[in-house]
Design a protein around this ligand. Structure first.
Ligand SMILES: [Zn+2]
Length: 271
Protein backbone atom coordinates (compact mmCIF):
# COMPACT_ATOMS: atom_id res chain seq x y z
CA UNK A 1 0.00 0.00 0.00
CA UNK A 2 1.12 3.54 -0.66
CA UNK A 3 1.47 5.91 2.28
CA UNK A 4 0.75 9.59 1.66
CA UNK A 5 1.67 12.52 3.86
CA UNK A 6 0.58 16.08 3.19
CA UNK A 7 3.10 18.67 2.12
CA UNK A 8 2.43 22.36 1.66
CA UNK A 9 2.86 23.94 -1.81
CA UNK A 10 6.30 23.35 -3.32
CA UNK A 11 6.85 20.51 -0.80
CA UNK A 12 7.33 22.93 2.06
CA UNK A 13 6.91 21.46 5.51
CA UNK A 14 6.32 24.66 7.46
CA UNK A 15 3.79 27.47 7.13
CA UNK A 16 3.77 30.83 8.87
CA UNK A 17 0.53 32.77 9.09
CA UNK A 18 -0.62 35.83 11.02
CA UNK A 19 -4.00 37.17 12.10
CA UNK A 20 -4.35 40.81 13.25
CA UNK A 21 -7.56 42.39 14.40
CA UNK A 22 -9.60 45.58 14.46
CA UNK A 23 -8.23 47.52 11.45
CA UNK A 24 -6.69 50.44 13.31
CA UNK A 25 -4.42 52.98 11.59
CA UNK A 26 -1.41 51.13 13.02
CA UNK A 27 -2.07 48.47 10.38
CA UNK A 28 -0.39 50.86 7.91
CA UNK A 29 3.01 50.57 9.55
CA UNK A 30 2.46 46.89 10.21
CA UNK A 31 1.70 46.13 6.55
CA UNK A 32 4.74 48.05 5.35
CA UNK A 33 6.97 45.97 7.65
CA UNK A 34 5.27 42.69 6.68
CA UNK A 35 5.66 43.54 2.99
CA UNK A 36 9.33 44.31 3.46
CA UNK A 37 9.83 40.79 4.86
CA UNK A 38 7.42 38.92 2.55
CA UNK A 39 5.10 37.89 5.38
CA UNK A 40 1.36 37.27 4.89
CA UNK A 41 -1.42 38.24 7.27
CA UNK A 42 -5.18 37.99 7.62
CA UNK A 43 -6.62 41.30 8.81
CA UNK A 44 -9.94 40.96 10.63
CA UNK A 45 -11.99 44.13 10.29
CA UNK A 46 -15.10 45.59 11.94
CA UNK A 47 -16.49 47.33 8.90
CA UNK A 48 -18.79 49.66 10.87
CA UNK A 49 -15.72 51.11 12.61
CA UNK A 50 -13.91 51.91 9.36
CA UNK A 51 -13.55 55.66 8.66
CA UNK A 52 -13.69 56.50 12.38
CA UNK A 53 -10.70 58.10 14.06
CA UNK A 54 -7.95 55.54 14.83
CA UNK A 55 -9.39 53.18 12.19
CA UNK A 56 -8.41 52.77 8.56
CA UNK A 57 -10.74 54.19 5.92
CA UNK A 58 -12.94 52.15 3.61
CA UNK A 59 -11.22 53.85 0.72
CA UNK A 60 -7.77 52.56 1.63
CA UNK A 61 -8.75 48.94 2.44
CA UNK A 62 -7.93 47.54 -1.00
CA UNK A 63 -4.59 49.26 -1.46
CA UNK A 64 -3.47 48.84 2.17
CA UNK A 65 -4.19 45.11 2.46
CA UNK A 66 -3.15 44.16 -1.08
CA UNK A 67 -1.47 40.74 -1.02
CA UNK A 68 -2.96 39.98 2.41
CA UNK A 69 -6.45 38.80 3.38
CA UNK A 70 -9.41 40.79 4.67
CA UNK A 71 -11.74 38.86 6.98
CA UNK A 72 -14.71 39.35 9.29
CA UNK A 73 -14.39 40.50 12.90
CA UNK A 74 -18.15 41.36 13.16
CA UNK A 75 -19.83 44.65 12.29
CA UNK A 76 -19.33 46.54 15.56
CA UNK A 77 -17.10 44.29 17.76
CA UNK A 78 -19.74 43.10 20.23
CA UNK A 79 -19.44 40.26 22.75
CA UNK A 80 -21.19 37.59 20.67
CA UNK A 81 -22.35 35.52 23.65
CA UNK A 82 -24.35 38.56 24.84
CA UNK A 83 -26.48 38.55 21.65
CA UNK A 84 -29.28 36.35 20.34
CA UNK A 85 -28.43 33.94 17.52
CA UNK A 86 -30.13 36.37 15.15
CA UNK A 87 -28.02 39.18 16.54
CA UNK A 88 -24.83 37.15 16.07
CA UNK A 89 -25.86 36.38 12.48
CA UNK A 90 -26.55 40.06 11.82
CA UNK A 91 -23.13 41.06 13.19
CA UNK A 92 -21.40 38.58 10.91
CA UNK A 93 -23.50 39.02 7.79
CA UNK A 94 -23.43 42.83 7.85
CA UNK A 95 -19.65 42.79 8.24
CA UNK A 96 -19.21 40.16 5.56
CA UNK A 97 -21.51 41.96 3.15
CA UNK A 98 -19.77 45.31 3.51
CA UNK A 99 -16.28 43.77 3.31
CA UNK A 100 -17.26 41.86 0.17
CA UNK A 101 -18.63 45.00 -1.43
CA UNK A 102 -15.44 46.94 -0.54
CA UNK A 103 -12.98 44.25 -1.65
CA UNK A 104 -14.92 42.64 -4.51
CA UNK A 105 -13.78 39.26 -3.10
CA UNK A 106 -15.42 36.34 -1.31
CA UNK A 107 -14.87 36.99 2.41
CA UNK A 108 -15.04 33.67 4.24
CA UNK A 109 -12.71 33.98 7.25
CA UNK A 110 -13.21 35.47 10.68
CA UNK A 111 -11.71 36.07 14.10
CA UNK A 112 -14.01 36.02 17.15
CA UNK A 113 -14.24 39.43 18.82
CA UNK A 114 -12.57 39.16 22.25
CA UNK A 115 -11.73 35.59 21.18
CA UNK A 116 -15.07 34.44 22.56
CA UNK A 117 -17.11 31.61 21.06
CA UNK A 118 -19.27 28.66 22.06
CA UNK A 119 -21.11 25.87 20.23
CA UNK A 120 -24.17 27.98 19.47
CA UNK A 121 -22.06 30.91 18.16
CA UNK A 122 -20.08 28.47 16.01
CA UNK A 123 -23.30 27.05 14.52
CA UNK A 124 -24.32 30.58 13.54
CA UNK A 125 -20.87 31.38 12.15
CA UNK A 126 -21.10 28.26 9.96
CA UNK A 127 -24.60 29.21 8.81
CA UNK A 128 -23.24 32.59 7.71
CA UNK A 129 -20.88 30.82 5.32
CA UNK A 130 -17.72 31.45 7.32
CA UNK A 131 -15.17 28.64 6.75
CA UNK A 132 -12.59 29.34 9.45
CA UNK A 133 -12.47 31.49 12.55
CA UNK A 134 -9.70 32.20 15.01
CA UNK A 135 -9.96 32.05 18.78
CA UNK A 136 -7.52 33.56 21.27
CA UNK A 137 -6.62 30.22 22.93
CA UNK A 138 -2.93 29.74 22.28
CA UNK A 139 -1.94 26.12 21.64
CA UNK A 140 1.79 26.81 22.07
CA UNK A 141 2.28 24.19 19.36
CA UNK A 142 2.28 24.03 15.55
CA UNK A 143 -0.68 21.80 14.81
CA UNK A 144 -3.35 22.36 12.18
CA UNK A 145 -6.84 22.71 13.66
CA UNK A 146 -9.19 19.72 13.72
CA UNK A 147 -12.06 22.19 13.28
CA UNK A 148 -11.26 25.36 11.35
CA UNK A 149 -14.14 27.19 13.07
CA UNK A 150 -12.19 26.67 16.31
CA UNK A 151 -8.81 27.65 14.92
CA UNK A 152 -6.60 28.05 17.96
CA UNK A 153 -3.42 29.99 17.12
CA UNK A 154 0.09 29.07 18.23
CA UNK A 155 0.49 32.21 20.33
CA UNK A 156 -0.25 35.87 20.91
CA UNK A 157 2.79 37.89 19.77
CA UNK A 158 3.37 39.19 23.30
CA UNK A 159 3.23 35.74 24.88
CA UNK A 160 6.28 35.12 27.06
CA UNK A 161 7.11 32.00 25.04
CA UNK A 162 6.90 33.51 21.54
CA UNK A 163 10.66 33.66 20.91
CA UNK A 164 11.17 30.20 22.36
CA UNK A 165 8.38 28.83 20.14
CA UNK A 166 9.93 30.37 17.02
CA UNK A 167 13.22 28.64 17.85
CA UNK A 168 11.41 25.36 18.37
CA UNK A 169 9.51 25.81 15.10
CA UNK A 170 12.77 25.99 13.18
CA UNK A 171 14.44 23.06 14.90
CA UNK A 172 16.18 20.74 12.45
CA UNK A 173 13.89 18.22 10.78
CA UNK A 174 14.61 14.49 10.63
CA UNK A 175 15.53 14.42 6.93
CA UNK A 176 16.60 10.76 7.14
CA UNK A 177 13.03 9.83 8.03
CA UNK A 178 10.91 12.17 5.89
CA UNK A 179 7.62 10.51 6.88
CA UNK A 180 8.27 11.67 10.43
CA UNK A 181 8.31 15.26 9.22
CA UNK A 182 4.73 16.46 9.60
CA UNK A 183 3.68 19.82 8.21
CA UNK A 184 3.49 22.42 10.91
CA UNK A 185 2.10 25.93 11.19
CA UNK A 186 3.35 28.83 13.26
CA UNK A 187 0.27 31.02 13.75
CA UNK A 188 0.68 34.32 15.60
CA UNK A 189 -2.05 36.86 16.36
CA UNK A 190 -2.54 40.24 17.98
CA UNK A 191 -3.33 43.88 17.19
CA UNK A 192 -1.06 46.27 15.33
CA UNK A 193 -1.75 49.01 17.92
CA UNK A 194 0.13 46.91 20.46
CA UNK A 195 3.29 47.78 18.50
CA UNK A 196 2.43 51.52 18.60
CA UNK A 197 5.57 52.54 20.43
CA UNK A 198 7.61 49.51 19.49
CA UNK A 199 7.42 48.52 15.85
CA UNK A 200 11.03 47.38 16.29
CA UNK A 201 9.60 44.37 18.09
CA UNK A 202 7.50 43.47 15.02
CA UNK A 203 10.57 43.89 12.84
CA UNK A 204 12.52 41.64 15.22
CA UNK A 205 9.80 38.94 14.96
CA UNK A 206 9.78 39.24 11.15
CA UNK A 207 13.56 38.81 11.03
CA UNK A 208 13.20 35.57 12.95
CA UNK A 209 10.30 34.23 10.87
CA UNK A 210 10.87 35.55 7.34
CA UNK A 211 12.90 34.42 4.35
CA UNK A 212 13.17 30.72 5.23
CA UNK A 213 13.42 28.21 2.39
CA UNK A 214 11.26 25.61 4.18
CA UNK A 215 8.39 28.00 4.90
CA UNK A 216 5.19 28.74 3.03
CA UNK A 217 4.12 32.29 3.99
CA UNK A 218 0.34 32.25 3.65
CA UNK A 219 -2.83 33.93 4.78
CA UNK A 220 -5.28 32.01 6.97
CA UNK A 221 -7.51 31.57 3.90
CA UNK A 222 -4.74 30.13 1.75
CA UNK A 223 -3.96 27.55 4.43
CA UNK A 224 -7.64 26.65 4.86
CA UNK A 225 -8.09 26.26 1.08
CA UNK A 226 -5.01 24.09 0.61
CA UNK A 227 -5.72 21.76 3.53
CA UNK A 228 -9.36 21.43 2.43
CA UNK A 229 -8.31 20.66 -1.14
CA UNK A 230 -5.76 18.10 0.05
CA UNK A 231 -8.60 16.27 1.81
CA UNK A 232 -10.46 16.02 -1.52
CA UNK A 233 -7.84 13.71 -3.09
CA UNK A 234 -9.34 10.39 -4.17
CA UNK A 235 -7.36 7.19 -3.69
CA UNK A 236 -7.78 3.59 -4.82
CA UNK A 237 -7.92 1.10 -1.96
CA UNK A 238 -4.19 0.41 -2.06
CA UNK A 239 -3.34 3.98 -2.98
CA UNK A 240 -1.57 3.17 -6.25
CA UNK A 241 -4.08 5.38 -8.06
CA UNK A 242 -4.56 8.94 -6.87
CA UNK A 243 -6.84 11.55 -8.42
CA UNK A 244 -6.78 15.27 -7.74
CA UNK A 245 -10.26 16.63 -8.53
CA UNK A 246 -9.37 20.18 -7.48
CA UNK A 247 -8.03 23.15 -9.45
CA UNK A 248 -4.94 23.27 -7.19
CA UNK A 249 -1.66 21.36 -7.55
CA UNK A 250 -1.33 19.15 -4.48
CA UNK A 251 2.01 18.20 -2.93
CA UNK A 252 2.54 14.98 -1.00
CA UNK A 253 5.17 12.63 0.29
CA UNK A 254 4.19 9.25 -1.22
CA UNK A 255 6.14 6.20 -0.08
CA UNK A 256 8.90 8.45 1.18
CA UNK A 257 9.29 10.50 -2.00
CA UNK A 258 7.97 13.92 -2.94
CA UNK A 259 5.03 13.58 -5.34
CA UNK A 260 3.22 16.43 -7.07
CA UNK A 261 -0.36 15.60 -8.07
CA UNK A 262 -1.27 18.24 -10.65
CA UNK A 263 -4.71 19.85 -10.62
CA UNK A 264 -7.30 17.65 -12.29
CA UNK A 265 -4.87 14.76 -12.94
CA UNK A 266 -4.90 11.05 -12.09
CA UNK A 267 -1.56 9.39 -11.32
CA UNK A 268 -0.67 5.69 -11.13
CA UNK A 269 2.35 5.00 -8.97
CA UNK A 270 4.21 1.89 -7.89
CA UNK A 271 3.22 0.37 -4.59
ZN1 LIG B 1 -10.94 42.71 18.19
Amino acid sequence: MVEYFMRFPNFKTRAVTLSYDDGTVFDREMVSILNKYGMKCTFNLNSNLLDRSRYVSKEEVNSLYKGHEVAVHTFTHKHLHSLSSGGVALQIIKDRELLESITGNIVKGMAYPFGLSDDSIIDTVRACGINYSRTTSSTLDFSLPKDFLRWNPTCYHAHEKTDELIEEFFEKEDIDHPWRVRPKVFYMYGHSYEFENNFDRLEDLCKKLAGKESVWYATNGEIFDYVTEYKRLDFSLKGEIVHNPTATDIYTLANGKNLLIPAGKTLRIEE
